[in-house]
Design a binder for this molecule. Structure first.
Ligand code: GUN
Ligand code: ZN
Length: 428
């Protein structure tokens, strides 16, 4: 049991969804919070917390912002070592760079090395929870969960299933994909802070039989998340139409096989048709915006304002290594830029909410993580709002907390991350 700690700073939390009304009004600022046994105890004035916990150790962050750690709702940890690979669009990028790298994960030692490297890098960038794809190799799932478990980290992951349109050595079958996923789910789901996500990569690399098997596994384990990719690039969508001539649209290739539901998490979701948007909203499925990936691979402009106005459940993610960064700060900046290109300026409170509570909500974990509020798990990031001379000189002029935060959102990187806590323990 950890001793109680009082963390002092500009403690930022959310009492409402900043897309629902006045964005700034959805946020709450306090002087301090307490960490008690891996959870957030109370928050409020320093004097009141001090009076309640006279023996507690105080960690004073001064003007720094103390908030929930970032939640990256869609990433591929096996793509860590090939991030920023030049010059291809989605399908060529997968074939040229991604599949050869993912092939290496049949070696458990390599999988363990990259899992540790990935979790070190993301923690250094202030990310405390990720929802990651693994590779088709069960060893890649064991490596990732083992490493996260040793760190006491809340993560979601699953074996990526592919039984066609992938190279020899990177394909399973409908049956073996089902069997391996089921065994991994049984081994890891609900153990400590780990959750299993059923993970068919995307319709082009799964036969209808495999999608059907994944749907059956999900029906047997409905509390698991199911993650996949949806409508990322127009060439991909055209290919899906060829592969599934009977489908009404891309989403229907999942829906027809039992792969649409409230615990479904659909990465990218850029070029959606009206029926797809209706069905996603009706089922309460989650859409995950991956802005650095969408510009890097040249995919398109996610309709944040329109989808939020429809009440869609939206999270934010790096999509490492199609995404060009491990940083959720950089990811918020890219989300801001894409929204600007579509005519909307996202408020800093909306961006920070998306990177924490919004992503936690997309992963159905917003009752546990994503907000620095009493009772929540104590996963925190502390941001230095003057981490470089360029940021400091702009923040110095700020009239309020949002103006002070925005230069760090737009220009910040791991240098802005002053401290990271996972379940109350400082890890970076
Ligand atoms: N679609 C299917 N697989 C992938 C992947 O690994 N990255 C991205 N960005 N899109 C995908
Ligand atoms: Zn992806």
């Amino acid at each position: 049991m950890q001793d109680t700690i009082i963390v002092k700073g500009q403690v930022l939390s959310f009492r409402a969804n900043p897309f629902d009304g006045d964005p700034a009004g959805a946020a709450q600022l306090d002087e301090a919070l307490t960490l008690e046994g891996g959870r957030i105890g109370g928050r409020g004035s320093f004097a009141s917390l001090r009076a309640r916990h006279p023996q507690a150790r105080v960690v004073d962050h001064g003007e720094r912002v103390v908030m929930a750690g970032f939640v990256d709702a869609h990433a591929h940890y096996p793509q860590t070592a090939m991030i920023a690979s030049w010059g291809k669009r989605l399908i060529d990028w997968l074939n040229s760079y991604t599949f050869p790298e993912e092939m290496r994960f049949r070696d458990p030692a390599y999988a363990a090395e990259i899992a540790a490297r990935y979790l070190d890098l993301t923690a250094a960038h202030g990310t405390t929870t990720v929802c990651s794809y693994c590779t088709i190799h069960p060893e890649s799932v064991d490596a990732f969960f083992s490493e996260a478990q040793a760190r006491g980290q809340r993560v979601v992951a699953g074996k990526t299933c592919m039984d066609r349109n992938a190279p020899e050595g990177l394909r399973d079958t409908a049956q073996s994909g089902y069997d391996d996923s089921r065994a991994l789910l049984g081994r890891w789901h609900g153990v400590d802070r780990l959750s299993y996500a059923i993970t068919p990569r995307f319709s082009p690399t799964s036969s209808p039989e495999q999608l059907e098997a994944m749907g059956a596994l999900w029906a047997e384990n409905p509390d698991c998340l199911m993650q996949t990719h949806l409508s990322e690039q127009t060439d991909e969508i055209a290919w899906v139409k060829e592969l599934f001539p009977g489908a009404r649209d891309y989403l229907d290739t999942y829906e027809a096989h039992g792969l649409l539901g409230p615990n479904g998490v659909y990465g990218h979701s850029i070029h959606l048709e009206a029926r797809e948007r209706d069905r996603l909203a009706e089922t309460g499925a989650a859409l995950v915006h991956c802005p650095t990936s969408n510009t890097f691979i040249g995919s398109g402009l996610f309709d944040m304002a329109g989808l939020m106005a429809e009440g869609q459940r939206v999270g934010l993610a790096t999509d490492t290594g199609g995404g060009s960064s491990f940083s959720m700060l950089r990811t918020m900046a890219a989300a801001y830029e894409i929204a600007q290109l579509r005519g909307t300026a996202l408020h800093p409170a909306q961006l920070l909410w998306l990177a924490t509570a919004g992503s936690a909500r997309a992963l159905r974990m917003d009752d546990r993580i994503g907000n620095a509020a009493p009772g929540m798990e104590a996963d925190l990031v502390v941001l230095d709002l003057a981490s470089t001379p360029a940021i400091a000189q702009r923040a110095h002029r700020a009239g309020d907390i949002w103006e002070a935060l925005f230069p760090t959102i737009m220009m910040g990187d791991d240098r802005a991350v002053a401290e990271v806590r996972i379940a109350g323990r400082a890890v970076a």
